[in-house]
Design a protein around this ligand. Structure first.
Ligand SMILES: [Zn+2]
Ligand SMILES: [Zn+2]
Length: 85
């Protein structure tokens, strides 16, 4: 696996106002270049490309669920306090 110079043809320009991965660009660690490439593998060296982390959305959803749970707990505590007084 080595750079053959093919990646230059798919070289991605730096996007304005958004991250590289957000713009759908992928990085090849072998060619040390950002590519406009749909596939998961570098068209040049065949190495696995780095894109948006697969669990990125999943992590965000987990955090939202946790926040919602915390909100409910707070509401419950407030209700109990009101009932006792
Ligand atoms: Zn290359
Ligand atoms: Zn490559």
């Amino acid at each position: 696996m080595a750079c053959k110079g093919i990646c230059i043809r798919h070289k991605a320009q730096k996007p304005v106002g958004s991250g590289r991965y957000a713009a759908g660009q992928k990085r090849c660690q072998v060619c040390e270049i950002f590519l406009n490439w749909i596939g998961l593998w570098c068209p040049c060296c065949g190495y696995r490309l780095r894109g948006t982390p697969r669990n990125f959305k999943y992590k965000n959803r987990l955090r939202e669920q946790k926040m919602m749970k915390d909100d409910k707990k707070d509401t419950h505590q407030v209700l109990v306090r009101v009932n006792n007084s």
